[in-house]
Design a protein around this ligand. Structure first.
Ligand code: BLA
Length: 517
């Protein structure tokens, strides 16, 4: 299928994905009117799965489809206040001269009762106790994970074990909704995405909003023709059916194109939500063909997602524990060297790597008493001199000056963004301009991009086709001139170093004073 006329790469966050007008055809969707349970709307693929033409179902009571033994119990479930507690309804329908077995998944939304039918065979259902034991063991493994990365590793293993998807990743959004792959469990022959970054545009705003409302979505095959929804005339007037909570909702054609181009004929994802905000996704892709996951197994996956979500606050608290401990030991060594060495700048920079490691910088400059010592990647002497003069004039010497986009404050910095788009500047004294500066390059230089950078944009005739490479071009625009963010503990380490340098200098001047008395 060709990408739609209206939606393109620049406006895809406008696509109304909650009202696609059709479903994925591996199931049937019915909209029922209470209390008679009259069929008001039905997906056009009904005949293939129910053996009854869709048109003839409109206006009919659901009961007429069911076996007699079932009709009243199903009726009771569907009319109950908390109908979702009864999902999945084990439905047997009659049509075309035989019986059909379904999982019925019912919910109410905007005053409509929606019943979705997914074909089953009895063997698919996990026995209740099987599910219970599995859930217990998943829970304890997730709960015992020592930190965030261990939690992610356990979660992707668990979801892969449950579903058999070829590749399962844990994906976390940053402040600007770019995403990084933190953990992965995959078939050896599937491409690895571990450690890669993907731009915010890959999962646009309205999709993220929808994924904050429901836990799971599945595309068993990207190769399908959506089944449109047929309605009785009055229902047509009410506007398109809102499918925000439908499991069969047809996926965005632009996303289907994306999946096809990344070589993934099936996909499923589970929301990870921390304090009401979409924190990330467990994203599953299948490379070896279509993949359907039965209702009960999806529920178990939702459970993993919900339980993991509830653990994020505590596990994330431990996340930088090791780095913090390491920063402290570097701090101690730097302090010791400064105290021993008559020249503070030498103490800080020899040997060089520790000052960089302290804040995770790629370059630093130590400017003391008119002399500059440079380590790693830094602007040239002239650029540094001008930057220091600008800092001395503009920045409050009692505070750190900290930015991921120096050129926003100091336009001349655009010239050296490939070494110093991000800056932490710590003034080491009030009167004279003594500084320690830490640098980070523009993010485009440092981030490992998902997708093969050497593979050109795919062309379909003269039409460029949606491909991870293509969205990279969009993404580059949004991060131009910016470095990766400075983490709290990195900024704190710079602040502590500043205190230590000032203390050492103070001690020295006191000692000098004593000598002169
Ligand atoms: C949805 N994009 C998604 C989803 C994922 C991704 C996981 C959720 C739907 C699903 O479960 O399949 C992205 N999938 C990824 C990424 C990896 C992966 C990053 O496996 C990495 C390993 N997508 C684009 C561009 C647009 C776009 C440029 O790349 C728009 C111009 C749109 N993505 C898009 C839309 C959806 C989406 C509209 C919502 C699909 C839906 O729920 O209908």
């Amino acid at each position: 299928a060709r990408v739609g006329q209206v939606v393109d790469l620049t406006n895809c966050d406008k696509e109304p994905i909650h009202i696609p007008g059709g479903i994925q055809p591996h199931g049937v969707l019915l909209v029922l009117q209470e209390p008679a349970l009259t069929i008001r709307q039905v997906s056009e693929n009904a005949e293939a799965l129910l053996g009854v033409p869709a048109r003839s179902l409109l206006g009919m009571a659901l009961e007429n489809l069911l076996t007699e033994s079932q009709a009243s119990s199903i009726r009771e479930c569907l009319l109950s206040e908390r109908l979702e507690d009864n999902n999945p309804l084990k439905l047997i329908t009659r049509g075309g001269g035989r019986e059909h077995f379904f999982n019925g998944i019912a919910h109410r939304h905007q005053g409509r009762l929606i019943l979705e039918l997914e074909p089953t065979s009895e063997k698919e259902a996990l026995p209740y106790f099987g599910f219970y034991h599995q859930a217990r063991s998943s829970m304890s493994r997730l709960r015992d994970a020592k930190d965030l990365s261990a939690l992610c590793v356990e979660a992707v293993r668990e979801v892969r074990r449950l579903t058999g998807f070829d590749r399962v990743i844990a994906y976390r959004f940053d402040e600007e909704w770019n995403g990084a792959v933190l953990a992965e469990d995959r078939l050896e022959t599937a491409d690895s995405y571990l450690g890669l970054w993907f731009p915010a545009s890959d999962i646009p705003r309205q999709a993220r909003e929808l994924y904050t409302l429901n836990w799971l979505r599945i595309i068993p095959t990207t190769d399908y023709v959506p089944a449109r929804i047929l309605s009785l005339p009055e229902d047509t007037e009410q506007g398109p059916l809102d499918m925000s909570f439908c499991v069969l909702r047809s996926a965005s054609p632009i996303h289907l194109e994306y999946l096809r181009n990344m070589g993934a004929p099936a996909s499923m994802s589970i929301s990870l939500i921390k304090e009401g905000r979409l924190w990330g996704l467990i994203s599953c892709t299948h490379v070896s063909g279509p993949r359907y996951v039965p209702y009960e197994v999806r529920k178990a996956c939702e459970f993993v997602g919900e339980f993991m979500s509830s653990l994020l606050v505590t596990k994330e608290g431990h996340e930088h524990y090791d780095q913090r401990i390491r920063a402290q030991s570097i701090q101690v060594r730097l302090l010791e060297r400064m105290t021993r060495h008559p020249d503070v700048a030498v103490g800080l920079t020899q040997p060089p790597p520790e000052l960089l490691e302290l804040t995770g910088a790629t370059g630093a400059a130590v400017y003391f008493n008119g002399r500059t010592t440079i380590i790693g990647q830094a602007p040239d002497d002239e650029q540094l001199q001008a930057l220091i003069e600008w800092l001395a004039a503009k920045a409050d010497p009692r505070e750190l000056f900290c930015t991921v986009c120096l050129s926003n404050h100091y336009p001349e910095a655009a010239a050296f963004k490939d070494v110093a788009a991000g800056l932490i500047a710590a003034s080491m004294s009030r009167g004279r301009h003594n500084y320690v500066l830490w640098f980070r390059p523009e993010v485009v230089q440092t981030v490992a991009w998902g997708g093969n950078p050497n593979k050109p944009v795919d062309m379909d005739g003269d039409q460029p086709r949606l491909h991870p490479r293509k969205s990279f071009a969009l993404w580059k625009e949004t991060v131009r001139g910016k470095s990766l963010p400075w983490k709290d503990y990195e900024v704190e380490a710079a602040r502590e170093l500043r205190r230590n340098v000032i203390d050492v200098a103070l001690q020295r001047s006191e000692e000098l004073l004593k000598l002169n008395m």
